[in-house]
Design a protein around this ligand. Structure first.
Ligand code: HPA
Length: 273
């Protein structure tokens, strides 16, 4: 079965559950960030287990469902939970998410994640706007036969994070008096956190944030021509830079604080675009 056919089966289920609903924007919620869509007027809520080909995420903080509805009158589809590369060494579920977004007719994908900060002045509880990435997962979701139905073989990655949408995010945050820190995200495979020596090395390579997601989604979204933006909830200062060790418990706790800032920014952003 081709990817198009798999996605078409998924979309048949979505259309049955939300007849006539046409999302324009898609959102992927990162660890501990379910609260970002507290304001949503729900049209349908579909567990991943009811979507053909979707696997469930095993990570705590990832509920595993698709929510369709409106935030600030904008029709959106929202993926609560993603499968990380470290969960099975495959990009199949991430591909399904991104290509379902594309074939549902969305023009933009907003990614969210939790990250560690490599800048001491940008601490846990802050909100970040990802403006570029460094792919240190050392693999690529597009390796293999190119799926011409979605895009070409060689994908341009300058301006992968849409400058126009980024600027609207900055203006929105400014209007709300919330500091939103621009930064470069380094995507790692995980699941272990970094060593202090790695963090020192990554700082010299130009990273501001580290995390274990997002990069494959961005690559796949650019491959099929979706506009991308990404927000990060800073949940800790990276390994070796403070007395507190990064942990998943810390991620979920601090994501509540950053997440509340991101929720307000996102709601206002969706009313502006
Ligand atoms: N490193 C990698 N991933 C993360 C971190 C971190 O410090 N914090 C949250 N996700």
């Amino acid at each position: 079965m081709s990817f198009k056919e798999k996605v078409s089966e998924i979309i048949t289920v979505i259309h049955k559950r939300a007849p006539g609903f046409e999302p324009k924007i898609a959102l992927v919620l990162g660890s501990g960030l379910d609260g970002l869509i507290d304001d949503i007027k729900v049209v349908a809520h579909i567990d991943y287990k009811d979507l053909p080909h979707f696997a469930m995420s095993s990570v705590q903080g990832h509920a595993g469902c698709l929510v369709l509805g409106y935030i600030s009158d904008m029709p959106i589809m929202c993926f609560k939970g993603r499968i990380h590369f470290y969960e099975g060494g495959s990009f199949e579920s991430i591909k399904l998410i991104v290509r379902t977004v594309k074939d549902m007719g969305c023009y933009s994908l907003i990614l969210t994640n939790a990250s560690g900060s490599l800048r001491k002045e940008v601490g846990a509880g802050e909100a970040g706007l990802i403006t570029d990435h460094i792919n240190l997962q050392l693999t690529n979701p597009l390796i293999g036969v190119n799926d011409d139905e979605y895009g070409g073989r060689f994908v341009t990655m300058n301006d992968a994070y849409d400058p126009g949408l980024n600027e609207i995010f900055r203006q929105t945050a400014k209007a709300l008096k919330i500091t939103l820190y621009d930064g470069v995200y380094m995507g790692l495979s995980g699941p272990c956190f970094e060593t202090p020596a790695e963090i020192r090395a990554f700082r010299t390579l130009g990273a501001d944030y580290v995390g274990m997601s997002t990069v494959p989604e961005v690559i796949l979204a650019r491959h099929c021509g979706l506009k991308v933006t990404a927000l990060t909830a800073i949940v800790n200062i990276a390994s070796g830079m403070s007395d507190v060790n990064p942990s998943h418990a810390e991620t979920l706790a601090k994501a509540q604080i950053s997440g509340e800032k991101l929720r307000r920014i996102l709601k206002e952003f969706l009313s502006r675009i």
